[in-house]
Design a protein around this ligand. Structure first.
Ligand SMILES: *Cc1c(COP(=O)(O)O)cnc(C)c1O
Length: 355
């Protein structure tokens, strides 16, 4: 028998979430953001699920973009951080892969490159996130240089919001539109949170990521279920040990949990080496044999403990760490993180199955 942990990926749920995002986008086209191996879900499983309906894909590495082209995807693909070297740039142009362009170095590479075909570019403006992008005042100059280079096809303008899931986008959007709107070029600004909260700013291309995987981009305001999203990844395992504790007995490394009464404790085959957050404290929700309970003590490398007291469960019982029946957002919140990180941290050693 193999170790019972498993990540089940539900392509139909990914498709459902994508169609919901696209509906929310109104007339805008929607890139499925599939960076980081589709947020840990598997690039090709997710891409296949939307093959016949997706407007395009957004990701980071030219190699991942080429995997999509090799699998027969002919839709637009955009590199969200742009190209890192001239080779990437030539490969992108030759394979109709569009690219963000966010700094002087990329602009120079493009001006000097010899390309097989014109490159579609998205000029990325820094409107307040202060991560990537040209200062907005440079847009006219950057645009003029791109046009003069003769290397570009369609030119669009994009930016990224720092607080779409919180205090809002007004200031950044105003800074963006002050320079982008007069150009009349296509615009792209919205991630999942902005798409769901600010339908007036969907423009030409939206960039939903986390919502496609069934995570809420603002779990403190609206749950994924409230938003109509379905979980795509279910991390499942089983109880592989049961211990009966007396009052005063402790659980796990550091003996950080002490029973205050007789308890039954289950040991789950899942630990931080599987991608479960080590910082999840006692009380993090977990589903055992369909019943909601809590984790106990410290998460180990390969195992964690949960409370089986009073539950209909025992050795071999099924466990859902997150996914169907146990929202990843709840686990993430308990562990002081976001569902993005849980999904992306899924470890290589966990077998992934579809359906
Ligand atoms: C990751 C990313 C997105 C998607 O963000 P979500 O919050 O997952 O919807 C959109 N745009 C850019 C530039 C990104 O890097």
């Amino acid at each position: 028998m193999t170790r019972p942990i498993l990540a089940r990926i539900e392509p139909a749920a990914f498709r459902h979430n994508y169609l919901l995002a696209r509906q929310q986008a109104g007339g805008a086209r929607a890139w499925a953001v599939v960076k980081a191996n589709a947020y840990g879900h598997g690039l090709l499983s997710c891409a296949e699920a939307v093959r016949d309906c997706v407007d395009g894909f957004a990701l980071l590495e030219i190699g991942e973009a080429m995997r999509l082209r090799a699998a027969g995807f002919t839709q637009p693909i955009v590199l969200l951080e742009g190209f890192f070297a001239e080779d990437d740039l030539r490969l992108a142009a030759a394979n109709a892969i569009s690219s963000a362009i966010h700094c002087e170095e990329q602009l120079r590479l493009l001006e000097l490159a010899e390309l097989e075909a014109p490159l579609d570019v998205f000029i990325k403006l820094n409107t307040g996130m202060n991560r990537l992008g040209f200062v907005p005042e440079r847009l006219p100059e950057v645009l003029a240089r791109l046009r003069a280079s003769g290397k570009t096809g369609q030119i669009s303008v994009m930016t990224h919001f720092a607080c779409a899931d919180g205090t809002g986008i007004d200031e950044q959007l105003a800074r963006f539109n002050a320079v982008a709107e007069p150009t009349g070029l296509p615009r792209s600004v919205a991630n999942s949170a902005a798409l769901l909260r600010y339908p007036h700013a969907t423009y030409d291309w939206v960039r939903p990521g986390i919502m496609l995987y069934g995570g809420s981009p603002m779990p403190d305001m609206q749950s994924a279920a409230d938003l109509g999203l379905r979980p795509v990844m279910t991390l499942a395992s089983r109880i592989i040990g049961v211990q009966n504790l007396r009052s005063g007995d402790c659980v796990g490394y550091g003996a950080s949990f002490t029973a205050d009464r007789p308890m039954r404790v289950g040991t789950v085959a899942c630990g931080y080496a599987d991608g479960y957050p080590r910082h999840a404290p006692t009380g993090t929700p977990i589903l055992v044999n369909g019943q909601r309970t809590r984790t106990l003590g410290r998460v180990s490398m390969d195992m964690l403990a949960c409370d089986l007291t009073g539950l209909d469960a025992g050795l071999g019982s099924s466990v859902t760490l997150w996914g169907e029946g146990m929202p990843a957002d709840e686990v993430a919140t308990a562990a002081g993180t976001v569902s993005y990180e849980l999904f992306c941290a899924l470890a290589q050693r966990v077998p992934v199955v579809e359906g």
